[in-house]
Design a protein. Structure first.
Length: 229
């Protein structure tokens, strides 16, 4: 398994997600203590999809994050580079147009979507800034970006406790519930190495998005970044 401090070879990361696909949603629910459901609701609220909006849900995995957009009347395209994830998702949600795609070379024309969102996947793109530029390319002028990603807790003592949980408890728990527990060692390291809220906002702006801002969720464990094309 490639470690987070290495070069995030796309083939290694794709293989990792293929391996965890079968129990991915269950494992995330356990490891987040159920908070992932709340975070998904916050993403929907931030995107605020209108009926008929075209929404790209990037790094959609099995489509758990995509279904609420469809329920709201939007045309949502779940896109992921893991065929294993897409296969699991398609079996459960045949009505969704699952699409295989690399975040740095999206298979969509310019100005296609009213909104693009990515939850807990930007840090797994081999070149996150290139990914953000691609998201900008496929979003129409005035469209919106919502990035939900693990971040840096704002309260220093809690940040210390969180990092201890991340690096020790998370891999141990994943061994009991995940179909590929070693993958969660990589995931824990990738979270620890990820930029904090302000640095991610700067990356979003550098990729061509306007007026980036963020809101902390769960004390900064997660941050919701928003911007406009």
């Amino acid at each position: 398994m490639a470690r987070a401090e290495l070069d995030k070879q796309p083939t290694d990361v794709r293989r990792m997600f293929d391996a965890v696909a079968q129990r991915y949603d269950v494992t995330n629910d356990v490891l987040s203590l159920g908070q992932d459901r709340r975070w998904r609701r916050d993403v929907i609220d931030a995107v605020a999809p209108s009926y008929g909006d075209r929404v790209l849900d990037l790094a959609a995995g099995t489509g758990t994050s995509s279904q609420p957009f469809a329920d709201a009347g939007a045309y949502v395209v779940p896109c992921d580079f893991s065929l294993g994830m897409l296969q699991v998702g398609k079996r459960a949600r045949r009505h969704l147009p699952f699409t295989a795609g690399d975040g740095t070379r999206l298979p969509f024309a310019d100005d296609t979507f009213d909104a693009v969102t990515i939850s807990f996947g930007l840090r797994n793109i081999v070149d996150p800034e290139a990914g953000l530029r691609e998201m900008r390319r496929v979003t129409r002028p005035g469209g919106r970006l919502v990035v939900c990603e693990f971040s840096s807790p704002t309260f220093a003592p809690f940040r210390t406790v969180y990092m201890e949980y991340l690096m020790k408890a998370l891999p141990a728990i994943s061994r009991a519930v995940s179909s590929s527990p070693d993958a969660y060692v990589y995931l824990a390291e990738s979270i620890r190495a990820w930029p904090d809220q302000q640095r991610l906002a700067a990356m979003v702006a550098a990729a061509g998005w306007q007026s980036p801002q963020w809101r902390n969720l769960s004390g900064g464990i997660v941050a919701l970044h928003r911007a406009t094309a």
